[in-house]
Design a binder for this molecule. Structure first.
Ligand SMILES: [Zn+2]
Length: 279
């Protein structure tokens, strides 16, 4: 994926320095306050040990890790910028505005409008505050745990979460929320699978536009398909769990809907809710 030099989204709330425990002076807002205090008090305050209250200290990143983290941060900001370009274009075609979501970058743990989350929960979208949450360590997980390497594998994950934002804007997520409690868990799971497959489809539509803008490179679509394949429910549970409890769809279904979005580039082809066969 050609991303270096691309426009980086400004809709980013970078909390990596906050959730990381010790705050570097001048880094986060707390660092700035300490610096001001220090100046006011004639330099008598030792800011080197400043801690964020109530946040566990995690270990410091090595210079190499820090460099990799910075690059990944720039990458996801650029991908988010690309999703803004595409969805603004798609919305404008129908005469509507696209309200852009905010991306929260965090490390280890984060508070969201949908509750507290840790890095272990993976990237997610919270409809309540319309924000995407990503701990960049998921990049390593994709490659090492799921065997889905490549920048476009991560781009697909981001585009999938943005797909949930689209579903929130058009009311689909709210319909889902109302269903909870009205239908059995098993039935709800079936709707959940359709919601997730639609997010995969929307990620595919986005990839279609990326191809049109000549941003894709050889092998990118394979990387996305490989990621969709790797994080299907049947793969993740390795047959230990019955299909009724699937909430995201099988690997084949995820690849099918991503591909459909990619090949058609037409948002009207993504009605996973009326589709008889999910494939
Ligand atoms: Zn999802």
């Amino acid at each position: 994926m050609l991303w270096k030099g691309g426009r980086q989204s400004s809709n980013v709330d970078d909390r990596r320095g906050v959730s990381g425990g010790q705050v570097a002076v001048g880094g986060g807002i707390l660092g700035v306050i300490a610096l001001v205090l220090n100046l006011l008090l004639g330099g008598g305050v030792d800011t080197s040990q400043l801690q964020v209250p109530g946040v566990q200290n995690s270990r410091e990143l090595s210079p190499e890790e820090k460099a990799a983290d910075d690059e990944r941060g720039q990458f996801v900001k650029t991908v988010l910028g690309y999703t803004e370009d595409v969805w603004n274009e798609v919305y404008q075609k129908t005469g509507k505005d696209y309200p852009e979501p905010t991306l929260v970058l965090f490390r280890d743990a984060v508070q969201s409008g949908c509750g507290n989350a840790s890095a272990a929960s993976g990237p997610f979208y919270c409809p309540a505050d319309q924000q995407l949450y990503i701990d960049l360590s998921f990049y390593n997980d994709l490659e090492n745990k799921f065997g889905a390497a490549g920048d476009f594998a991560m781009a697909y994950v981001i585009a999938h979460e943005v797909g949930h934002h689209i579903q929130t804007l058009n009311g689909t997520s709210e319909k889902m929320a109302r269903l909870r409690g009205q239908v059995s868990q098993e039935e709800y799971n079936q709707y959940s699978v359709r919601l997730e497959l639609q997010a995969d489809f929307l990620a595919g539509v986005w990839a279609h536009y990326m191809k049109g803008k000549k941003i894709l490179e050889e092998g990118d679509i394979e990387e996305a398909l490989n990621a969709a394949n790797a994080i299907g429910d049947d793969r993740l549970t390795q047959g230990r769990v019955s299909p009724e409890s699937f909430t995201h769809g099988t690997s084949a279904q995820r690849m099918y809907w991503f591909k459909k979005g990619f090949e058609t580039g037409d948002i009207n082809q993504g009605d996973t809710f009326s589709a008889r066969e999910l494939n």
